[in-house]
Design a protein around this ligand. Structure first.
Ligand SMILES: Cc1cc2nc3c(=O)[nH]c(=O)nc-3n(C[C@H](O)[C@H](O)[C@H](O)COP(=O)(O)OP(=O)(O)OC[C@H]3O[C@@H](n4cnc5c(N)ncnc54)[C@H](O)[C@@H]3O)c2cc1C
Ligand code: FES
Length: 638
């Protein structure tokens, strides 16, 4: 058999690299200086990228995609009796030492990776719909079971899809066993093999510039390449690291950015052709000249601009708010400060009983702190979002962990410590001082859009609130950017806004709303990426969020100003499903320890088959509604 040239290039590259890096590593180890180790590391990276580029260049000229050349050890294995998989069913099956997910749609059987690329949940425990989507049971990620493509965030990567056939009553899967393990579940981006014009001397000019390295920006990059955008992509981020999993900051207080980064800057460059400018702030945008100004004074031009600058945590405007050891939490530096201050024997006061504050309380609750106090405006935490019953249930849990609540209270001021007038020593509430060595304010975020309001910015006009904006105004007074259903900023060309800063018309009502969820920002990034790549995609996803409050809380829909709650189970036992009712419809569902009810609800809302409040009150189980079989196809509009 004659092997193609790129096979030899990659193999030769690997061989030289391993010999070379081994040699340099030995030199570095002998002299034990970090400079030598760095030289070895750099040399290794340089050589690897040179060979990858050579191989990619050759792949351009070759009909055989690069990713296929590693398919050297395909195996075909009978994994299940045909009779054991019914229409609309999923099953996880063994494949040598790995696992494969089988999904049956009508009479066709599909095989994919068995694990979600977000945090690795078993997809077989999720929800399959007749139009070929599998929704993860945990946080709303969705994949296409026919192709492995990502359908919804927060999936950071697609999954593998494998060939199947049926013979003698058995289902056979053909796969490389090394791709069926949970570590190898991710499929590389589609464009990897064909290259990017921006990085191999093509015709694109300024390309896409993204302001912000958060959820929206991260998912936009993936979507641009996955949907075939070949031009340059530049991401400018104030943060000093590549996009991180921000949601883990409050759940685990991780202080090492490299443990939170979704991909390293090198990976983003090599696999996605992304030019990443970290530690850089955009100070103004001129939409008439299609250019941005950076804090260095440098100008950056764009063909298309994506604004994804997220939120700035609010600080209460009270006396003492600037004392030492008073924190907000948005980035890794904040987590470093909080982690250092929240040590054994210290007293923590959290202002605001929001999701982030209460996650932080859980994260530090095992640190033997002298006291943890929470100050909240409502009767119970989360009341406006989850209702009184769920809030009271979660409060009971937090109290059992030693947390003291001061509810229906607002902060008068923060006072300094008697031993150090520069550091916080207490929080005054209703005339009483709650002692504190550390204070964390979780009192909401404002859209991070100051740079759009700068005098040098052109194209942005701030009006009143969302209901009173006049023509020509594209920012509301709170700083949100107004976009249409394609997330295009009103009144300016080739500019999109996504994520925490974007206010978009809600499906059905047209009401302008801003929603601060990881998945909303991610799915908006994905929609914009697809639109810019050439297939116009309105934003139509149902919002999903999650939180860690002793147990995993899942939530889907838009329950703002709900009128009634239908409760199944007991929030006090942290095991329940809550249905939020507004205008005689179920508009949101929250759950704990009831997977995959929320994933099922998200699909029922998507296809317009969510049962009515009366049906749910009468005992209808969401999991019993058929949206998976051939028979359901017409009803779900597939
Ligand atoms: C601690 C924490 C925990 C959370 N947990 C959850 C959760 O469990 N589930 C959930 O659904 N949501 C959660 N969220 C909310 C979620 O993280 C946000 O909704 C999401 O990150 C919004 O994405 P984004 O891209 O709009 O903004 P961000 O992710 O905030 O990214 C904005 C980026 O823009 C950069 N930036 C801002 N201004 C400029 C500028 N002028 N120039 C250059 N760069 C700039 C920032 O540095 C940042 O890199 C959490 C948020 C926090 C802070
Ligand atoms: S593990 Fe699948 S969405 Fe998080």
């Amino acid at each position: 058999m004659t092997l193609p040239l790129h096979y030899w290039l990659v193999s030769l590259g690997d061989l030289v690299l391993s010999l070379r890096s081994n040699h340099m590593w030995q030199i570095a180890s002998r002299s034990r200086t970090s400079a030598d180790v760095n030289i070895a590391g750099r040399a290794r990276k340089l050589m690897r990228s040179a060979f990858l580029r050579l191989a990619r260049l050759h792949t351009h000229l070759s009909p055989t995609p690069l990713r296929n050349i590693r398919n050297m050890s395909l195996k075909t294995i009978a994994v299940l009796d045909q009779s054991e998989l019914q229409d609309g069913q999923m099953k996880e099956v063994e494949f040598e030492s790995g696992k494969v997910l089988l999904s049956k749609l009508g009479d066709k059987v599909f095989a994919t990776s068995a694990f979600c690329t977000h945090y690795g949940a078993p997809l077989a425990k999720g929800v399959l719909t007749a139009d070929g989507r599998v929704v993860c049971p945990w946080h709303g990620a969705c994949f296409n079971v026919c192709t492995g493509d990502i359908e919804d965030a927060p999936a950071p990567d697609a999954i593998h899809s494998f060939n199947t056939h049926i013979s003698d009553g058995k289902i056979f899967v053909t796969a490389d066993p090394s791709r069926t393990t949970s570590e190898a579940k991710s499929r590389p981006p589609k464009l990897l093999a064909s290259g990017f014009e921006g990085t191999v001397g093509g015709t694109a000019k300024n390309g896409v510039v993204i302001v912000g390295g958060g959820s929206g920006g991260f998912h936009a990059v993936e979507s641009l390449r996955e949907h075939g955008y070949k031009g340059p992509i530049t991401m400018i981020s104030k943060e000093v690291y590549a996009p991180i999993d921000r949601t883990k900051l409050s759940k685990a207080l991780i202080t090492d950015a490299s443990k939170l980064e979704w991909r390293s800057p090198a990976d983003l460059k090599i696999k996605y052709g992304l030019s990443m400018r970290t530690g850089t702030e955009v100070t103004s945008v001129d939409t008439s000249k299609k250019s941005l100004t950076l804090n260095t004074g440098e100008k950056v031009e764009y063909d298309t601009l994506v604004l994804a600058s997220g939120g700035t945590p609010r600080k209460l405007p009270v006396e003492g708010a600037d004392l030492k050891n008073v924190f907000t939490l948005r980035g890794v530096q904040d987590a470093v400060g909080i982690d250092k201050a929240c040590q054994e024997g210290k007293r923590l006061v959290v202002i605001g009983s929001s999701f982030i504050s209460m996650e932080l309380v859980v994260a530090v609750s095992k640190r033997k702190m002298a006291s943890i106090d929470v100050i909240g405006m409502e009767e119970v935490p989360f009341q406006s979002v989850l209702g009184k019953e769920v809030g009271a249930g979660l409060m009971k849990f937090h109290k059992s962990q030693g947390v003291t609540f001061h509810m229906q209270a607002s902060v008068d001021k923060l006072v300094p410590a008697s031993s150090d007038s520069g550091s916080v020593g207490g929080v005054v509430v209703k005339g009483q001082t709650i002692p504190a060595d550390v204070v964390v304010m979780g009192v909401g975020v404002a859209p991070a859009t100051e740079y759009l309001k700068a005098p040098q910015s052109v194209g942005f006009r701030v009006g009143g609130d969302a209901k009173t904006l006049s023509t020509g105004e594209n920012m509301e007074k709170g700083g949100a950017v107004i976009v249409d259903e394609y997330l295009r900023v009103k009144g300016v060309k080739d500019v999109y806004a996504i994520g925490d800063i974007a206010m978009w018309p809600q499906q059905g009502t047209g009401e302008l709303r801003r929603i601060e969820h990881w998945n909303v920002a991610g799915n908006q990034g994905r929609a914009v990426g697809k639109t810019i790549a050439g297939s116009e995609q309105p934003f139509v996803k149902i919002p999903v969020f999650w939180s860690a409050q002793g147990q995993q809380l899942r939530y889907v829909g838009v329950g703002a100003e709900f009128e009634d709650v239908i409760m199944q189970g007991d929030p006090g036992e942290m095991k329940f499903v809550a249905y939020y009712v507004k205008g005689r419809k179920i508009v949101a569902v929250a759950s704990m320890q009831a997977d995959p009810v929320v994933s099922k609800a998200s699909e029922l809302m998507r296809v317009g088959l969510m049962p009515s409040p009366e049906e749910v009150r009468a005992g209808k189980d969401l999991l019993s509604v058929d949206i998976s079989t051939e028979g359901a196809k017409a009803r779900i509009g597939a």
